[in-house]
Design a protein around this ligand. Structure first.
Ligand code: NAD
Length: 357
């Protein structure tokens, strides 16, 4: 078993440095406990790279990510860089890293911890009903990458974007989702708009072919408009959801919001190999940057996903997740999840997790 791991750390902007520092402390503790070593390399990307090198993603940063076993990312962006032209925006760094690393599967768990039910905007939470689901979103295809343009049309200038998916693209994201379901409650819902879109009909055909290969996974299709409703009506019905880039973008934000705690939700982006990019789903929170109030748990839980999905350390991943749950159960809260009650800072919350590993 591998005992030494090289982790590229893109701390980024705003609260990025505080929250990645918290996750690094947790990984160091994991290293001590499990007898392995993590080498961390600081990588510049986003607004801080624009300030230092004049571009959001210098080539050296891409190379460092490609040379690492995995990448841990805080968040990039902030008002300081909001007026720059598109190709110079910090967000370009995210797209650039994902593309360079060939990451086509974005995995976002959304779980309601019973202790945090008060933060959930859904009535069911107050009735003690929880949910624990994962959205597997296709990340490098569909409308965000399809043919686009402007032309003269019947009503003046028209703009168009094209949703296009190939069978190979659908199949590879489908396999990620079926495998993910196998490791959980063995239930997969594929979300599309097959009653209207041809690309969705092909998506559905390929998913059905795959479903025959995974008879142990309970498979179903759902139309995206219904899925948007079902997520707020009864999120407990879902285990793993697989969907296209655009539908996944929208639904994964909806799923994260119903947990009520953006500071708690991790994510992973994966490609064909073991290497992945791990980051919290939230942004750089410029409104609280530098105050020490950021919730580091989403980043710490992203590091746990890294241990499980990229570094073959599932026990250590369980250990970190358990430590986070125990800290919450002990009543420790950062301001975002304290519902107005007493709270601790980013550093203290990380210490509470480290102590419990
Ligand atoms: P945001 O997620 O940064 O913040 C939304 C709200 O949630 C804010 O009130 C913030 O204080 C709070 N919040 C977020 N994370 C928190 C945490 N860990 N602990 C406590 N509170 C937290 O979203 P935004 O304000 O729309 O975006 C701010 C900047 O981040 C923008 O420049 C945006 O482009 C960028 N962004 C980056 C990423 C990324 O790097 N992956 C993702 C989203 C947004």
């Amino acid at each position: 078993m591998k005992r030494e791991f090289n982790i590229a750390v893109i701390a980024g902007d705003g609260i990025g440095p505080e929250i990645t520092d918290a996750a690094i402390r947790v990984l160091k503790k994991v290293g001590e406990k499990y007898g392995c070593k993590f080498n961390f390399t600081d990588v510049f990307a986003g607004g801080c790279a624009i300030d230092k090198y004049g571009e959001p993603l210098p080539k050296a940063s891409v190379d460092a990510c490609l040379a690492a076993d995995s990448v841990l990312l805080g968040a990039v962006g902030g008002p300081k860089w909001d007026t720059l032209p598109g190709h110079l925006r910090p967000e370009r760094a995210l797209l650039g890293v994902r593309e360079a690393m060939g990451l086509y599967a974005n995995i976002r768990p959304a779980r309601l911890m019973p202790e945090l039910a008060a933060a959930c905007p859904l009535k069911m939470a107050s009735e003690g009903v929880g949910f624990d689901l994962v959205i597997v979103r296709e990340l490098t295809g569909g409308m965000y990458y399809g043919e686009r343009g402007r032309r003269e049309g019947k009503y003046g200038i028209e703009a168009y974007d094209t949703e296009c998916y190939g069978t190979g693209e659908i199949e590879r994201i489908g396999r990620v989702a079926f495998e993910m379901a196998r490791g959980r409650r063995r239930k997969l819902t594929s979300i599309d708009k097959a009653n209207v879109l041809e690309s969705s009909r092909l998506w559905r055909e390929v998913m059905h072919r795959l479903a025959a290969e995974y008879p142990d996974v309970e498979y179903s299709d759902m139309l995206v408009d219904n899925a948007a409703m079902q997520l707020v009506r009864d999120p407990g019905q879902f285990d793993v959801i697989v969907t296209s880039n655009m539908f996944g973008d929208i639904l994964s934000d909806e799923a994260s919001q119903i947990t009520g705690s953006i500071g708690m939700l991790p994510s992973a982006s994966l490609g064909d190999g073991k290497r992945g990019l791990y980051e919290p789903i939230h942004g750089s929170a410029p409104d609280i940057a530098g105050t020490g109030k950021a919730n580091p748990l989403a980043t710490i839980l992203s590091a746990a996903m890294m241990l499980r999905l990229s570094l073959d350390m599932p026990e250590a991943a369980d250990d970190v997740e358990r430590a986070v749950s125990e800290a919450i159960r002990a009543g420790l809260r950062t301001a975002d999840i304290a519902a107005g009650g007493p709270s601790i800072g980013c550093f203290e919350m990380a210490s509470a997790v480290v102590e419990r590993i």
